[in-house]
Design a protein around this ligand. Structure first.
Ligand code: PGA
Length: 262
């Protein structure tokens, strides 16, 4: 599969649209504001799974606009009440799936082991997994960032082969920097670059330098149209995972525009 564009922006709408009506008005607003067409950037919209079909039908995919889900299960069929399978996402024409988001880790006991099953299941179905890794405030306070990131990468990517790693996107998202966790500050460019280097080193050691160069590494945590330039213009950050700011289509498109200019 591979990711053919230079940059990637993931809009994680979370559970921010509480009804079909709200989903409709988000989509309408997005279509109205969509006057700019990025050349070097994929925008991936990840609505709640229940609205995925509606979003794809209403907004439509094209060479820079793609869609995805916010989680999936590792089986494609069976007695798994409430779950969404990779095949279901693919059958609606989704191409991406966010996995291991800290909200799922915290509220639904999403372990590295579970994520390590979901990633190959998604890849097998030709979905691009977006693996979220990042330390909590407590872990940061105890200087455990490097340790946490290494074990998340090691354990979550356990079943991903050299031939498949370039289809995975890795998002460094410090849990303490996510807007709903009320961050008192944003990570510095040095902190983001430190994490990025660690991820690159891990990829290089496990998969070799060629594969390392192909994997997209993005940043998430309170990215908005005001700070996107600083966060994402740092060399080597391939884009962003945007939560709260993506609830306003105009701001989301502005972020794309900023990233696309680099
Ligand atoms: P935020 O969310 O942009 O609102 O901080 C990002 C995320 O949690 O994916």
């Amino acid at each position: 599969m591979g990711i053919s564009k230079k940059n990637i922006i993931i809009a994680n709408l979370k559970m921010g649209l509480s009804s079909k009506k709200e989903a409709e008005s988000w989509a309408e607003m997005f279509l109205r504001e969509k006057k700019f067409f990025p050349k070097n950037t994929f925008l991936v919209i990840c609505p709640p799974a229940i609205f995925l079909d509606f979003f794809i039908q209403k907004i439509g995919k094209n060479d820079w606009l793609k869609f995805g889900a916010q989680d999936c299960f590792w089986e494609n069929k069976g007695s798994f009440t409430g779950e969404t399978s990779p095949e279901m996402i693919k059958s609606l024409d989704g191409n991406f799936v966010i996995l291991g988001h800290s909200e799922r880790r915290r509220n639904w006991d999403e372990s590295n082991e579970k994520i390590s099953k979901k990633i190959p299941a998604s890849l097998k179905t030709n979905l691009h997994p977006i693996l979220c890794v990042g330390e909590t405030a407590e872990e940061k306070k105890h200087d455990q960032t490097m340790e946490v990131l290494t074990s998340q990468l090691d354990e979550c990517l356990l079943n991903v082969s050299r031939g498949k790693i370039e289809d995975v996107i890795i998002c460094y998202e410090p849990v303490w920097a996510i807007s709903s966790n009320h961050p008192t500050r944003k990570p510095s460019v040095n902190e983001i670059m430190g994490a990025k280097l660690l991820i690159k080193k891990f990829l290089c050691e496990k998969y070799g330098v060629k594969a390392m160069d192909k994997v997209k590494i993005i940043y998430g945590g309170s990215v908005d149209e005001k700070n996107a330039e600083i966060v994402c213009l740092s060399p080597d950050v391939d884009g962003a995972l945007v939560g709260k700011a993506s609830l306003a289509p105009r701001n989301l498109l502005k972020i794309c525009e900023i990233i696309d200019k680099r």
